[in-house]
Design a protein around this ligand. Structure first.
Ligand SMILES: [Zn+2]
Length: 138
């Protein structure tokens, strides 16, 4: 699995702690839409491009981030150069999930241990990431 780095610090999956409420675009039936703050500039940009989003998650440094769009917006996303999330190639019923561009992808390179523990910070390459307690087997 690819690893990604966003601005979330200690935000649990499913938490709304790091969300911002944006003024919803006109096609939405809502007045406001809450999105992960890490993705809010990108979501606003996509709305300006005419993309109808269905949901998104920045991944909170634990999961793969995604931006879901309606089927009619898939071609816009592809024109903008977005790539599909690998997991999602087969599920098109609710639109498709694309990989956000604003979330940095970390190459895990020779650091295979990182795959076993999604919260492992991969060493010192994450500038600004809070120091995690390293557990040493004694
Ligand atoms: Zn985030």
């Amino acid at each position: 699995m690819k690893k990604y780095k966003c601005n979330c610090e200690n935000i649990p999956i499913g938490s709304y702690d790091n969300q911002v409420a944006l003024q919803a675009p006109i096609w939405s039936q809502k007045n406001r839409i809450s999105v992960d703050s890490c993705l809010s500039p990108e979501i606003r940009y996509l709305w300006l491009c005419g993309v109808r989003t269905t949901g998104c998650c920045c991944g909170h440094n634990q999961l793969e981030p995604y931006i879901g769009v309606e089927p009619k917006s898939v071609n816009i996303m592809q024109k903008l150069g977005y790539e599909l999330c690998e997991d999602d190639l087969s599920s098109s019923t609710h639109g498709l999930n694309f990989i956000p561009k604003s979330i940095k992808q970390i190459s895990n390179g020779d650091n295979e241990n990182a795959n076993n523990n999604p919260s492992y910070n991969g060493g010192n390459n994450l500038v600004g990431y809070p120091a995690m307690a390293h557990t040493n087997d004694v």
